[in-house]
Design a protein around this ligand. Structure first.
Ligand SMILES: Cc1cc2nc3c(=O)[nH]c(=O)nc-3n(C[C@H](O)[C@H](O)[C@H](O)COP(=O)(O)O)c2cc1C
Length: 174
């Protein structure tokens, strides 16, 4: 006669699941994974372009206001510099957001001759500490302020700072 045996396998699976689920190591692992994922998700795009000649002061103001308001609402950091008819822009933030914005900027008829200088992943935001929000620079004193900020970034070996410094120095001498 067969002996009746209790089947504990379901209980053992549940027990293993509960131990793994509540294990602090498991949680640390998840936090670390999310941290790595969030690092991958940051990027910067940097370009130069030429403003259309028919844009007047009001037209530039409209671009600057739109840029500051929208970028602040999307946690985008960086700078938009206007020197004469030249635009120089640094955008940094979440990859998906930056890519979508750059597609729009490239199609904007208010500027031409876009030269892409940088389009890459970054491990941290370099311009988060520069201003209270997204920064627009039109005047020389503010451009010198940006130069000083980038000189400090370079001293700290911050990624891309040497390129930024070169471009800013070019803009200061044109
Ligand atoms: C030189 C230049 C820089 C711009 N930079 C930004 C920017 O950083 N953020 C932004 O939202 N729009 C920027 N714009 C405006 C965009 O090209 C576009 O008009 C805007 O994103 C439209 O947004 P919407 O389609 O969501 O209304 C810029 C335009 C120019 C000409």
């Amino acid at each position: 006669m067969k002996e009746a045996r209790a089947d504990y396998s379901g209980f053992i699976h549940l027990h293993t699941f509960l131990i793994n689920f509540s294990n602090p190591l498991h949680e640390i692992d998840l936090t670390f994974r999310n941290f790595i994922l969030s690092l991958n998700m940051l990027k910067t795009i940097c370009y130069k372009s030429k403003a259309k000649l028919n844009i007047n002061i009001m037209g530039f103001e409209a671009i600057f206001n739109e840029t500051q308001t929208k970028n602040d609402s999307k946690n985008i950091t960086g700078v938009l510099v206007k020197r004469g008819q030249v635009f120089f822009q640094i955008l940094e933030g979440e990859s998906v957001i930056i890519d979508a914005l750059y597609l729009k900027i490239k199609k904007d008829s208010r500027h031409t001759d876009i030269i892409e200088l940088l389009n890459k992943s970054i491990s941290q935001l370099s311009f988060k500490g520069f201003d209270t929000g997204y920064s627009v620079i039109e005047h020389m004193d503010a451009l010198y302020g940006l130069q000083n900020y980038v000189i400090n970034l370079e001293k700290k070996d911050t990624e891309n700072s040497t390129l930024f410094l070169q471009i800013i120095e070019d803009l200061l001498t044109t």
